[in-house]
Design a protein. Structure first.
Length: 428
């Protein structure tokens, strides 16, 4: 997430759960297929998007840091939602509050399904591609509840893939990483680092999202040249900057300017929030989901002289255990307090206490590339579970994105934030 950025972006998220072995039990899988007509209302989708966006901003503040940042809150939310399907008692409540899940479980997962199907269904042209994929990887001889596997199969479109974490942890890691690489067109590789899987790993839940779209109004390559970009410490660098004059949705507010750059298809856009000089921290600190909604609501079609840097960024594989614990869900990572008995039927107060599932870590990795043609982005998250328009103005305003800025890629139809980040140095 802190790492390097044509328009293309992607992300992957992974959750790992661990326990002791249960080799005497037979494995189960779901015989259900994905529900392509989920029972979710427009209000359900609105509620889900609102909660996910609130989590996106909470996470932005919790992850902190000073450098470049890029992640997919949607990927993280989806991977953790699959894990949440098996959480009960205090573990469920902490995850619910942290992730801003406001609906009951039997409403939440169909809503995720409906939103994923809607977003993924817009792919079909060379100008726009959005792929969202989930996968579930379980220990070959470990027993999981069929009810849990059914929820995942029906709402997240994946059956259980069996691997042998106990005997072949490295081989299992390579297989899962290859799945992620395939789903993100090789933009996310080696999501799960060496040593992250061991013989206590029982379940890994993975979400991968890949996005590639052309600008509705592309920049002319001949108008790109090196320009000055001012860093946070007031020093300056030269970096390739794109230039155009066209109509964009634009607004100005207290300490900031904002512009929306739509993509050619798919009803998606990138919104860039440019704080005034020396106002970056103040604007960043004040950001909430509601404030972003207010800013986007004020955007109006304006003829604009726009300058923005090309950038390309790949984050490292970032472990999110400490960040998510700090945000309010520490019990999910704590043995033997975590309760994921909705996954395997084993409660930590039972005689099988050494079998209790808990989250070993959540790993996320993301990539973005922005150029004259558009954006490519990708991200992945893995959860590893262990045991144990208006009239133009007369004189076009100018927006020079030549200092640190915040940006997010959103679905204009639902308002869902798919990717978010900040660029403080486009040359890194």
């Amino acid at each position: 997430m802190n790492g390097r950025a044509d328009m293309d972006s992607l992300a992957v998220s992974q959750v790992r759960l661990t326990v002791g072995s249960r080799s005497s039990q037979k494995s189960l899988n779901s015989d259900r297929s994905r529900n392509l007509s989920p029972n979710a209302t427009e209000n359900d989708l609105k509620e889900l998007v609102g909660g996910n966006n609130s989590f996106a901003l909470d996470f932005y503040h919790a992850i902190g840091g000073e450098g470049n940042l890029f992640y997919s809150p949607y990927s993280i939310s989806t991977a953790l939602a699959m894990t949440y399907a098996g959480a009960v008692n205090e573990t469920e409540q902490q995850m619910k509050n942290t992730l801003h899940f406001t609906m009951a479980q039997n409403q939440l997962h169909p809503a995720f399904n409906a939103l994923n199907l809607d977003l993924s269904g817009r792919t079909g042209t060379q100008e726009f591609e959005l792929n969202i994929a989930n996968s579930l990887w379980g220990q070959t001889d470990y027993l999981f509840l069929k009810s849990f596997l059914d929820v995942i199969a029906e709402n997240y479109g994946t059956a259980l893939n069996r691997v042998d974490f106990k005997k072949s942890p490295e081989e299992s890691r390579v297989v899962i990483n290859q799945w992620v690489s395939d789903k993100t067109k090789e933009k996310i590789t080696d999501l799960i680092p060496q040593g992250s899987i061991d013989d206590s790993t029982r379940l890994i839940l993975v979400n991968a999202i890949y996005f590639n779209a052309k600008w509705q109004t592309p920049f002319r390559k001949e108008s790109t040249y090196d320009d000055i970009f001012y860093l946070a410490d007031s020093s300056r660098i030269k970096t390739p900057a794109m230039h155009t004059t066209s109509y964009f949705k634009y607004t100005e507010g207290d300490g900031y300017k904002a512009v929306e750059l739509p993509y050619k298809s798919g009803n998606m856009s990138m919104v860039i929030l440019l704080p005034d000089a020396e106002k970056f921290k103040a604007v960043e600190t004040s950001l909430t989901a509601d404030r972003l909604n207010d800013i986007t609501a004020k955007l109006q079609s304006t003829e604009l002289i726009l300058t923005m840097p090309k950038f390309r960024y790949t984050s490292d594989s970032v472990k999110l255990k400490d960040t998510l614990s700090k945000m309010g869900m520490p019990i999910a990572f704590r043995f033997p307090d975590a309760d994921f008995s909705g996954i395997d039927g084993i409660r930590c107060n039972s005689s099988d206490i050494n079998e209790c599932l808990y989250i070993g870590d959540v790993i996320h990795k993301a990539f973005i590339s922005v150029d004259e043609a558009g954006t490519e982005a990708a991200a992945a998250t893995a959860v590893i579970m262990l045991a144990g328009c208006s009239a133009p103005i007369q004189s076009p305003p100018e927006m020079k994105i030549n200092r640190p800025f915040i940006f997010f890629i959103r679905d204009m139809k639902t308002g869902a934030i798919l990717f978010m980040g900040r660029i403080v140095n486009p040359a890194n």
